[in-house]
Write a protein that binds this ligand. Sequence first.
Ligand code: GLC
Length: 754
Amino acid sequence: MKLQKSFILTLTTATMLSTSAMADTPVYLDRTKPIEQRVEDALSRMTLEEKVNLCHAQAKFSSYGVPRLGIPEIWMSDGPHGVRAEVNWNDWGYANWKNDSVTAFPALTALAATWNPELSAVYGKNVGEEARYREKDVLLGPGVNIYRTPLNGRNFEYMGEDPYLAGEMVVPYIVELQKNGVAACVKHFALNNQEKWRGNINVNLSDRALYEIYLPAFKRAVQDGKAWSIMGAYNKIWNEHCCHNQRLLNDILRGEWGFDGVVITDWGGAHDTKQAALNGLDIEMGSFTNGLTLEADFGFNDYYLADPYLEMIKRSEVPESTVNDKARNILRLIFRTAMNADKPFGSLASPEHYAAAKMIGDESIVLLKNTGILPLDPAKYKNILVVGENAVRKLNIGGGSSELKVKDMFSPLDAIKKVYGDGVKYAEGYRTGPSLYEQEVIIPAEILDSLSNQAVEMARGMDAVIYIGGLNKNGFQDCESSDRREYNLPWNQDKLIERLAEANPNIVIANISGNAYAMPWLDKVPAVLQSWYLGTMIGPSMVDVISGKINPSGKLPFSFPKRIEDVGAHSFGEYSYPGIEGTTAGNAASDLKGADVSAGKDPQQEYLEDIFVGYRWHDTKKIPALFPFGQGLSYTTFSYGKATASAKTMSADGNLTVTVPVTNTGSLEGKETVQLYIQDEKSSLPRPLKELKGFKKVNIKPGETTQVSFTITPDDLKFFDDRQHAWVAEPGKFKALIGTSSADIKTEVQFTLK
Ligand code: GLC
């Protein structure tokens, strides 16, 4: 009895203590309290110096917490495809840790090419687990800049040319990533659609192009993905840097969209204290660098939002309320991440993560052409020559900030050998040199010739040739901080492919790239697969599609024009792309006559193709692409029945359902992505011929028919009327076009908006 009594006494005392302790726990540390209360309580306890400190870096990839109050600092890491290796405290060198080898997930272009939002959720969950395990609070991705030109060095990091596809595919990634207590940092906001002059080019464009093409994916990321942070782009718009831009950040991002997260600069994207104080920036990172290589001997207290900002507040040159607003946003981010007590613990380079990477890669590969040679049956094809550097190259290295140190990288050549046996031979075919930034190693022609000759000789007499070339992560290829300088494949590949096809007609082209390229040899080859930077599982994914274990189901997230002149951005001279250096602000090409071209002024450009980007350009200008947006074949075949609509008219507040039967008319189970495009028959402002407003990826067994339905709402019919600064759906006739690509509409149904 005695023992029990004392035990109860102790328990009661402990409870009283803990209750009283709870009573004494400051609100900001009390997990039961709502975040906004914790934010206000923490803010009330902080000094001005501590608030200013929150607003800038303390290290290359970290910003301050409040040590005195036990509020943790924020740790950030690239990138969109996996967690970058640890970088030194204050230089771009790698810290050479031994615990940061990760899974390289497929590039986001590949994720977009799956047209499968469920895989986007898988992606976000798995990459989030790796970021969480590596104790990162912010993952610097995903990127959703629109694919305006096939020369943009960073298109491989983004989700293609259509804002609806990018928007649909970015939301699940963010939602699942953030369930790990890791913030997405959607980038690069906005109009960073090329790498040339990215640091200061001033982009001019119409509000229609801005609102209809370049903002929607960011808006979805903020409003539906609930992104906890966003990264300002390096470039300017309206002659103001995006990282501190009144209209872009205060009016649109926060005012129109209700963003409650944190705006983080791109590394080196801040350029002015007063603008940074007033125009919506919260955390300044990487100042006085170019985001990749340059260093400077500035201290972190020299940052624009460090001592200079503190001084301006003390001299009342900017209101103290600006730093309170920033601190609130940053504290909110800390409570959501570093101080989030409910977050899971993550995992690193696990079999589950490899399986996820493979699943995404499998569904991303696009079959563009197949006269019947594919799939290559391993029972029939024994003596195979694999040609091309991309069959062996470590494509996770290079490309800029998205590069990764991997635990494993299963190459296409190794995977092909595993499946097809020791009859597989390899020839380099061409050579490219190391991945360097803004420089290119020129391989002497005689080396390229000898590699080509050797490959062509080896090709003769083989059962089949699998060509694995394309682009890579070298400077001036698919790489940050420089754009491509040619639309054709580099390193004499076009010639090599023609010679190989002549030497052996059983050739499969399986290129790897993050951008479109010319295919002058297309008529000379029986099959073309478009693969992507698939990371760790690139080999298993590619060989499973080549051998038929996986039936390809990818669809192009961007058009493959025949030639660069067929691209909207390249149809209005250099002012449209890449812009003109050293000019004053010009609002149209005509303004540039006699423009001030003295050095030192920002490069200027104007998106003169306006809203007609990608298939919107090809359709409207009637310039067929070599392979259109949304294109992708299967090893089976699908047929579409007649689309029917639930009604002939739609009221302004109603909706309408369109249904189409799709049949698998082949002998293999397969997935088809059925696409819905909307056509406005008459509008008061120009509109593209059609706009993607829905897609469904369905798995259909041979001989079976699936009814695919889309619900169309008035929102799907709207365009942005920059005369009223509003989205409008004008009454009248519309068409729902159902297709297997943007250029292959199978059936359509007309309806009227009342
Ligand atoms: C780079 C990139 C950005 C990256 C950041 C940190 O310059 O533009 O995408 O997240 O700096 O590496």
